[in-house]
Write a protein that binds this ligand. Structure first.
Ligand code: G3I
Length: 389
């Protein structure tokens, strides 16, 4: 409740202060959402989405459906972003809470919002160890679901979910977070899926996904796979695995680097650029899929950084990620994992940290927003156009 009040209170001021959003008032958003997607405005404003569109890049965000009820939030979403990722609503736990009983309400709402506002959708995620339905994990644990049944259920899940949205999802994160954080890295043998079905479950999932929606771009998605681990061990392991997959004709088409950074750790934008370019060299698309930059804050409500330098480091690291994407023409989208600090997953997962997104808890744009805007403004006159074929 407290979190919602912050968002609602600051929302009107936030909208008025966002460049390119001034005409999209809360009431306009409520009355006529389609106004916000007026195609005649495409490329004309200095919104993130319009600036990026000039070089064929899309800028996205993760979204929580109930936030669409806040008009000011919906206005920023519609005006600044051209891709939407359901933060949770396409995960198996959410779409099939009881076996055979489906809940597509959240996912349907987001897909429909995106379509009304000229946005594309990143589907997230089909094969992951986390946020699986209890009936599935319990059944596997007590032996009422055998490994062979588990494989069948996975196939069915992929065809059911991708079939429902066939032709409406731009990129799908087919497989998520399979590699260890160790040095050397490799596919985690203790992963739920790998431990029951072996590592071949990943290429199988990609093949099913390609059958289910042949037009969708199929991504492998993970964190720390562009040098953020310092050693580049995870990137090396993912790169080698991708080579094997492509040699075997597995329809992997893209690599998503999540981009969850923390100002307390070192980070090399140059390394990220090189790693993204290396994936692109395999003929793959690349994307930044879940960007945020966290730091230590006073408390989880106000999220004011405790280190004065963090207000420089946070936008700097956002900018480094954007520049890495801009330098690689195969980088077709840059997605943030939520755009307001009040909605970020960070305070709930990292004790004492926050301030991780582009807008503050009152939905006012922060220096990181201006940083990305400036990067995109400059890129519009110099960065290579994105390669989409
Ligand atoms: O929906 C339930 C609610 O019914 C319950 O009362 C409440 C009690 O805690 O939990 C709610 O579920 C939460 C869910 O988010 C929806 O809000 C879960 O506890 C919480 O664990 C879950 O967190 C999500 C997290 O993935 C799970 O690992 C975050 O929202 C989501 O942003 C985050 O996203 C992941 C990406 O999918 C993959 N990459 C990392 C990224 C950040 O962790």
């Amino acid at each position: 409740m407290r979190r919602r009040r912050f968002l609602a209170l600051g929302a009107a001021a936030g909208v008025a202060a966002v460049p390119g959003v001034a005409t999209a008032t809360a009431s306009a958003a409520t009355r006529s959402p389609r106004l916000l997607a007026d195609p005649s405005a495409a490329g004309a404003s200095d919104s993130l989405r319009d600036l990026a569109a000039r070089i064929g890049l899309r800028v996205g965000t993760a979204v929580i459906p109930f936030d669409l009820d806040t008009p000011a939030y919906a206005a920023v979403l519609a005006n600044q972003f051209s891709v939407v990722t359901p933060g949770n609503e396409m995960k198996w736990q959410v779409v099939e809470p009881a076996q055979g009983q489906f809940d597509w309400s959240g996912a349907d709402r987001l897909v429909s919002f995106a379509e009304q506002h000229g946005q594309r959708v990143r589907g997230h995620t089909l094969l992951w160890h986390n946020q699986l339905p209890d009936w599935l994990t319990t059944g596997v644990a007590n032996g009422t679901i055998s490994n062979s049944q588990l494989m069948d259920l996975l196939e069915q899940h992929i065809f059911t979910e991708m079939g429902r949205y066939r032709g409406r999802i731009w990129q799908w994160d087919v497989a998520n977070e399979f590699f260890t954080d160790s040095n050397p890295s490799g596919i985690n043998p203790n992963d739920f899926w790998v431990s029951h079905l072996g590592p071949d479950v990943i290429p199988r999932a990609f093949r099913w996904a390609h059958q289910a929606d042949p037009g969708a771009l199929l991504f492998y998605n993970d964190y720390n796979i562009a040098g953020e681990d310092g050693s580049n061990a995870k990137s090396d392991a993912v790169y080698q695995w991708l080579q094997q997959m492509l040699d075997q004709g597995v329809p992997v088409m893209g690599v998503g680097n999540q981009g969850h950074l923390d100002t307390q750790f070192g980070f090399s934008g140059e390394r990220m650029t090189q790693d993204l370019q290396r994936y692109a060299g395999l003929g793959l698309k690349v994307a930044i899929t879940e960007a945020d930059v966290r730091t230590f804050v006073n408390n989880a409500t106000a999220q004011v950084p405790t280190d004065n330098l963090a207000v420089f480091a946070q936008p700097y690291e956002f900018g480094q990620m954007m520049k890495a994407c801009l330098a690689v023409p195969a980088c077709i989208s840059f997605t943030v994992w939520g755009f307001g600090d009040a909605d970020s997953w960070i305070p709930g997962f990292f004790t004492g940290e926050g301030y991780a997104t582009l807008y503050d808890v009152n939905l006012n744009p922060k220096p990181a927003f201006s940083e990305l805007q400036q990067d995109l403004r400059l890129a519009a006159t110099g960065a290579p156009r994105r390669v989409h074929t």
